[in-house]
Design a protein around this ligand. Structure first.
Ligand code: ATP
Ligand code: LTN
Length: 329
């Protein structure tokens, strides 16, 4: 069975972009692949976090993994800090990644370009830790949204570099990016991706938004004055974004099908259909989320997951350290 690994940062509440771009695929893949899904709580402290909020978000994040359908019997679900080898291999990867490579990473460059001050060293070296996350498990595939492709490509480069230098240490992974929904845009500004760090809060639908709020956000989504439901991201970014949401929440329904259904109808009808689908999805997730919080499922899933993950990660770390010449015995 091929192996797949992905992580989500528990910074803030998970949103519909995370669900459509990442979580939904983890669930689809868990039957076909050996799936490793973790909560990247080391990555999230690369930017300042409020300890109480972070603690609450961690719990919510695991609960939402389970509520979206990840099954601890099939997938290995764990907290990054429960597997110490991530930080240790992360350091080793950092020593094999060039500053020139890190300088090219857009996530860091964007923050720098915005003039944000006091960016941490951790934020700069973040891609090296991400490489360690992936390579510890000899992952074949890494399902992520479009924004993470560059990090997976860097992981491939560093893996190949180390394989050439020390012998066959790592499997070289491939990013897996869905055709539809890899970049869900903000509802209030379709030129930006839907993001947890949305200042206005209007463009982002959180998985735990109450249904009324979620419906309102869809109904007030920015569209255009062309008056046709057509998939044309360049000229109709707002409508095309809503179409992507509708399509991926309806088993990847073809765009032509959606265009045909709404031909000659107004944007109001179309938005209502999108809002209905979004609310139906949120209702299902939130129902399971409440059940999970009231049960002991979270701790149980994490205990089984970290046990499984530690075994694989420890063996890989030992192999790497030996190959580099860092071990005495
Ligand atoms: P932020 O929203 O603060 O920019 P993030 O959501 O990108 O952060 P993560 O929570 O770690 O950070 O992302 C988890 C996964 O969700 C990643 O695979 C990422 O590519 C995907 N993802 C995030 N936002 C979107 C989006 N708008 N559309 C599609 N996929 C997304
Ligand atoms: N960098 C990712 C989160 C992440 C990840 C990973 C994804 C950390 N480690 C390993 C895939 C594989 C993000 O910001 N979304």
């Amino acid at each position: 069975m091929k192996r797949m690994l992905s992580g989500i940062k528990p910074t803030g509440q998970l949103h519909l972009g995370n669900y459509i771009g990442a979580l939904k695929h983890f669930v689809e893949y868990q039957d076909e692949y050996e799936m490793y899904a973790f909560i990247a709580n080391l990555h999230c402290i690369t930017v300042p976090q409020d300890p109480q909020e972070l603690h609450a978000n961690l719990r919510d994040c695991v609960a939402l993994y389970l509520a979206c359908g990840l099954d601890p019997k099939k997938a290995t679900i764990f907290l990054q800090t429960d597997v110490r080898a991530h930080a240790q291999l992360g350091y080793i990867m950092c020593c094999h990644t060039y500053m020139g490579e890190l300088n090219r990473m857009t996530q860091f460059k964007d923050k720098q370009a915005k003039g944000e001050r006091n960016l941490s060293g951790g934020l700069y070296t973040y891609p090296a830790l991400m490489a360690a996350d992936i390579l510890l498990y000899d992952s074949d595939y890494v399902p992520v949204g479009e924004d993470q492709k560059q990090h997976v490509e860097l992981t491939r480069d560093v893996a190949e570099r180390m394989n050439n230098r020390y012998g066959d240490l790592f499997k070289v992974p491939e990013p897996l990016i869905a055709k539809v929904g890899a970049r869900i845009m903000s509802l209030s500004d379709p030129s930006k991706k839907m993001s947890k760090s949305d200042e206005t809060n209007k463009g982002c639908i959180y998985l735990l938004d109450d249904l009324k709020t979620a419906r309102k956000k869809v109904m007030s989504a920015v569209t255009d004055s062309l008056g046709q439901v057509k998939f044309d991201p360049e000229n109709q970014p707002g409508i095309s974004n809503l179409m992507q949401i509708l399509s991926s929440l309806s088993n990847d329904r073809p765009m032509a099908d959606i265009e045909a259904e709404f031909a000659g109808k107004g944007y109001g009808d179309f938005k209502r259909a999108v809002a209905d689908k979004v609310c139906e999805t949120l209702e299902m997730i939130q129902g399971r989320y409440q059940e999970i919080l009231a049960s002991g499922e979270i701790n149980e899933a994490l205990a089984i997951g970290s046990d499984r993950a530690n075994k694989i990660a420890d063996a890989k770390l030992a192999k790497v350290q030996k190959a580099i010449g860092m071990e005495i015995i």
